[in-house]
Ligand binder design. Sequence first.
Ligand SMILES: Cc1ncc(COP(=O)(O)O)c(C=O)c1O
Length: 373
Amino acid sequence: MPTNTREQVCNFGAGPAALPTEVLEQVRDDLLSYAGTGMSVMEVSHRSAVYEQLQADAETALRTLLGIPAHYSILFLQGGASQQFAMVPMNLLPPDGQAGYVLTGSWSEKAMQEAQAFGRARIAGSSKDIGYRQIPMDDELDFSLDDAYVHITTNNTIVGSQWHRVPEIPRSIPLVADMSSDICSRPVDVSRFRLIYAGAQKNLGPAGVTLVICDAPWLERAAANREIPTIFRYGVHVKARSTYNTPPTFAVYVVGLVAQWMLKQGGLAEMERRNRAKAGMVYTAIDDSDGFYEGVVEPTSRSSMNVTFRLRTPALEAAFLERARAVGLVGLAGHRSVGGIRVSLYNAVPLAWCERLCAFMDDFRRKPDALSD
Ligand SMILES: Cc1ncc(COP(=O)(O)O)c(C=O)c1O
């Protein structure tokens, strides 16, 4: 069994991922007795005033951070982003209608596959033929005024690409976005999207809660005419303010603390500044390596959240990962479907970890055959 302390480890995992130490310290302090209740958050009823306040505080912090318009609802749901892959078309794709999906990676493919069970889900742009190494240009998008919505994945966690613009499509076509791996990493114009969803376990908190931000009046107007189990109806959750059934109370509490932490740090403009600095440092280490490290994604589409690169052979990649682990740099293996190296740089990852990583990358490049201790 490993015996590392928190100070020794730099966690570059893709999710569940690093959380700010200050937040975890607050969680530790609150764990046995939250806000003078003599009970843990985990032990408090979701119908109690204490929980109501805690959830309201989390909502307020997220509203401030993201500049969420007043008529948008914030929902704390379960089932992960994968459940949203199904809930979006169930609620919003009429049985005889169509929706456009821009394919930029495996997660967007999965989202589209789910939609195909409910109506016509068509490809509204794709970079699959080039291994998803680039985000499609606006003139490569194929949207239609008949689309009930167009779905994009703003950050592609596996390949390591990211949209650096909102696609130029007419405002009358509703945009839906999976922001699981870059929500709150930079400012975003929420009003350009009718619905945004994100699993919390990368930038927002622990696994177990999924954030949904939606234009509630539009949702009501756009609701597809089909029978849906109650638990999967957005309208039910909007009306019940996420407490139709028991919400993941502890996860919501941590998301609230993380949102307050982001505000204290200077908000999303500051998160973006830090994330650019961190990613820039790692991309420079790749680009200055004389081809020893090779970035997977075209520079214009590179993600500031998940930096992906390859080494010459799988054996060299395995040696890289093993030696990195030995010096406390963990979570660097690429997604199991693609291999390679992936450095996830979510908000809680400090610049100092990137400095350690880049020093290691330099050292490994010079002495790839050295054995780890
Ligand atoms: C962009 C994106 N969408 C969806 C998912 C699936 O999320 P979940 O495991 O919460 O269902 C992930 C998971 O990593 C992701 O990165």
